[in-house]
Design a protein around this ligand. Structure first.
Ligand code: CP
Length: 317
């Protein structure tokens, strides 16, 4: 694996799940693999889980870690080729990223969608420039259109908690006061449709995700119908893809409540966090024994460790 930015970077998905379980059983087995190597983590957006789980995973591998928040600490970066840089932007991305590549053996990057320009977001301008100019492997810590480390952890969590040979997994849109990117649901669909599950997406009209991700997946506009008999309910808000970045509704009847969960087959509740309690999901559901949110967060460590270990050259046999 040269970079890890999307599902297709994984060679054998089933094998990666097995490898993550092996890492989880003995997280320090490869404690010397990263010796004298440096992981750089670079953020253009806030993070709790991604930053800390990736740092912890890197520590388990003996990597040195450097972290920088570009929003507060870095120079403003110019991205246009041939720009005459007589404005506010002090450094060109090709120079900055070229320098980061001199300091790091692997680079982790978080760069969200701006939700203003669909083409720019889905062409992954910042991520592409890091891949182009760094000269070292790039690990996506969530890009404009995908969050692969989250989805890898979610896949591990579903595989650990499945009690059916082919569980019903429902990805449900939920309300939110702010416009959020589609990265988490896009990746969730990209990964989970490659598992032995019945995957259904439910959302209000106008919230269809890009067909690039949802092709072949059942869409159901009636949330109650979708939830009936579910084994896993994954709640997530996203802004409209077709009316790009817009909030079309904040209908609280889509909140995952105890009543909604009664329609399911005693389903497990999942969310990537951070979550708006009593908007996306009721306290009663997220605090119930059926909630897997902390298990998902824990599995972020092993997903990151699998990715780092693979980027460092694979598991020791
Ligand atoms: N789920 C997730 O990526 O959390 P953070 O934004 O806190 O990293």
């Amino acid at each position: 694996m040269k970079h890890f930015t999307q599902f297709s970077d994984i060679g054998d998905f089933q094998e990666s799940l097995k490898e993550m379980k092996k890492i989880k059983e003995d997280p320090f087995a490869e404690h010397a693999r990263g010796k004298h190597k440096t992981l750089g983590l670079f953020f253009f957006n806030p993070s709790l889980r991604t930053r800390l789980s990736t740092q912890k995973a890197a520590q388990n591998l003996g990597l040195n870690i450097i972290v920088m928040n570009f929003t507060h600490e870095g120079w403003q970066l110019e991205t246009a080729e041939g720009a005459i840089m007589n404005g506010d932007k002090a450094e060109h991305v090709k120079d900055a990223v070229g320098v980061l590549g001199q300091y790091c053996d692997i680079i982790g990057l978080r760069s969200f969608a701006n939700l203003k320009n669909l083409t720019q977001d889905y062409e992954e301008e910042t991520l592409s420039q890091f891949i182009k100019y760094a000269g070292v492997p790039i690990l996506s810590l969530e890009s404009a259109s995908r969050h692969p480390l989250q989805s890898l952890a979610d896949a591990l969590t579903i595989s650990e908690h499945s009690t059916q040979p082919r569980p019903k997994v429902v990805l449900s849109w939920a309300p939110h006061p702010r416009a959020l990117p589609q990265a988490v649901p896009n990746s969730f669909v990209e990964f989970i449709k490659n598992m032995e599950v019945e995957l259904i997406i439910t959302h209000p009209e106008g919230y269809a995700l890009s067909e690039q991700f949802t092709e072949g997946v059942r869409i159901e506009y009636d949330q109650d119908k979708a939830l009936t008999g579910a084994d896993f309910v994954y709640a997530k808000n996203w802004s409209s893809f077709t009316q790009y970045g817009q909030i079309l509704t904040q209908d609280l009847s889509w909140t995952i409540s105890e009543e909604k969960m009664k329609l399911t087959q005693n389903a497990k509740f999942m969310h990537c966090l951070p979550v708006r309690r009593n908007v996306v999901v009721s306290d009663a559901v997220i605090d119930s024994p059926q909630s897997l949110v902390l298990a998902q967060a824990e599995n972020r460590i092993y997903a990151a460790q699998w990715a780092l270990q693979t980027l460092l050259g694979g598991l020791s046999k």
